[in-house]
Design a protein around this ligand. Structure first.
Ligand code: C2E
Ligand code: MG
Ligand code: MG
Length: 434
């Protein structure tokens, strides 16, 4: 089963802020230095995949006890989520803080036995000292967490102390992770559409909906950077239904042109018992037909049993949805599982195609894939077509649908509607020349 996808549980920031404010006031008053530490546990993949909550809780309690034994009574430990803890050590020097963190890491780095199963766990710690590193509670937390990512990049069971230079990649990660849970509520998300050109029909007959996040200080952030945090924060279902509704709202507003719209699905949604019922409700609300929608699943669904996935997909197909397998070429499907999948399209993965193209191996590898797909009754969408040469070549190789910057970048719904005729004309001209 996938992780339970509840309303996002917001981090225990308030509790931490409260303790931090108290501790900082105390440290200021008595002119002491305090260490703000951020610890992340790394569970083995077997455990992350089974999502066994009871085991995770038992482990976290065991680790919390070890953490508490390593620090004094007056210090604070707060469990932030499944994997993260913050702790504050008062009246401590840098040198002693490093010793304590070393002790904590080695006490956690152990093999834990629960219900006759063994799990080895490692951790990383980031440290920011008050008042030398930073002064404000928010800044201290952000730096400590970013420093945890710096430690993580060095390897297992490492800690890292902030010495006045903030790692840009790490702090960007922290901002994205901390702020994403609020993005939807704050109205910072929107959907863009990338048109798809159908070579046989000589027309734009579809578009992929792609989510966008406008972060107040980082600007536009790609879903590639935040989808995994959305899943970690238990928000992937909420996000999916939001995109789904946005797409339906746009379809309902456009009466002149019938097209198909593709929406990306995370594995969690496919496994929801109420999935069909929930999407049907939205479809009815906007008087949109499932026939106008394609659901894009990715190859990572292979971690679930083929039978489970096929049953779910068959139900969706019966309800009228079209199914596309996204990122084809980058997953781990066995051939025998692949041919059983009840899908309509394969979308060749952008990076896969790009690397073949660069090495001039695209004909040898992709042509047989296209032929096989056609023999199985599937259509082939090719992604990431950026220039005219690629467009002409893939057209001649027998692809069915082309998506990429050469056709159009992802744009607003209105901009897409306004540009369709121009795109079709340009593609037609290029093909007549080619
Ligand atoms: P994807 O589904 O494979 O989406 C295609 C990605 O390729 C998009 O990136 C698109 O902007 C990019 N792309 C399209 N044409 C070109 C091109 O010619 N050149 C280059 N270099 N890139 C091109 P984007 O929007 O950053 O999305 C990244 C991934 O994030 C998507 O990959 C998809 O897996 C995921 N994603 C996007 N929106 C959603 C969503 O609403 N829900 C879920 N679950 N995932 C989403
Ligand atoms: Mg996609
Ligand atoms: Mg793709």
């Amino acid at each position: 089963m996938g992780r339970m996808d509840n309303e996002p549980e917001l981090p225990k920031v308030e509790l931490l802020n409260d303790r931090l404010n108290l501790t900082l006031a105390f440290s200021k008053r008595y002119k002491m230095s305090t260490a703000v530490c951020y610890l992340r546990l790394h569970f083995p993949p077997e455990l992350s995949q089974t999502n066994d909550e009871e085991i995770e809780i038992a482990l976290a309690n065991n680790i919390l006890a070890r953490l508490k034994r390593s620090i004094r009574n007056i210090d604070t430990v707060i469990k932030i989520n499944r994997t993260d803890f913050a702790f504050l050590i008062v009246d401590i020097t840098e040198h002693d803080c490093k010793l304590i963190c070393e002790r904590i890491i080695s006490s956690i780095s152990d093999t834990y036995t629960i219900d006759f199963r063994h799990f080895s766990i490692s951790s990383n710690i980031g440290i920011c000292m008050f008042p030398y590193g930073a002064e404000g509670p928010e800044e201290l937390q952000l730096i400590a967490k970013a420093q945890m990512y710096v430690a993580e990049a060095r390897g297992e069971n490492q800690f890292s102390l902030y010495i006045g230079e903030l790692d840009q990649t790490a702090s960007r990660k922290v901002l994205i992770e901390n702020d994403f849970p609020y993005a939807l509520k704050k109205g910072q998300l929107h959907v863009q559409f990338q048109p798809q050109y159908n070579l046989e029909k000589k027309a734009i007959d579809g578009a992929e909906a792609l989510i966008r996040w406008n972060h107040p200080s980082l600007g536009e952030v790609s879903p590639a950077e935040f989808i995994s945090y959305a899943e970690e924060a238990g928000m992937s279902n909420q996000l999916f239904f939001w995109v789904f509704e946005e797409v339906c709202r746009h379809i309902a507003s456009e009466k002149t042109r019938i097209m198909k719209y593709s929406i990306n699905l995370s594995v969690n949604q496919l496994l929801l018992d109420s999935f069909l019922q929930d999407v049907t409700e939205i479809l009815n609300l906007y008087s949109v037909s499932a026939k106008q929608l394609t659901l894009e699943i990715t190859e990572n669904i292979e971690i679930y049993s083929v039978k489970t996935v096929n049953d779910k997909l068959n139900v969706l197909k019966e309800a009228g949805f079209t199914i596309a397998l996204d990122d084809f070429g980058n997953g781990y499907f066995s051939f025998s599982d692949f041919i059983k999948l009840p899908i309509d399209y394969i979308k060749l993965d952008r990076d896969f195609v790009f690397s073949l193209w660069k090495n001039k191996k695209h004909k040898g590898v992709v042509l047989p894939i296209i032929n096989m797909a056609h023999n199985l009754g599937l259509q082939v969408i090719i992604e990431g077509i950026e220039d005219q040469t690629q467009f002409v070549e893939w057209d001649q190789l027998g692809c069915d649908i082309i998506q990429g910057y050469f056709i159009s970048k992802p744009i607003s719904f209105e901009a897409m509607m306004a540009s369709i005729a121009g795109i079709e004309e340009r593609a037609g001209d290029v093909r007549n020349q080619g």
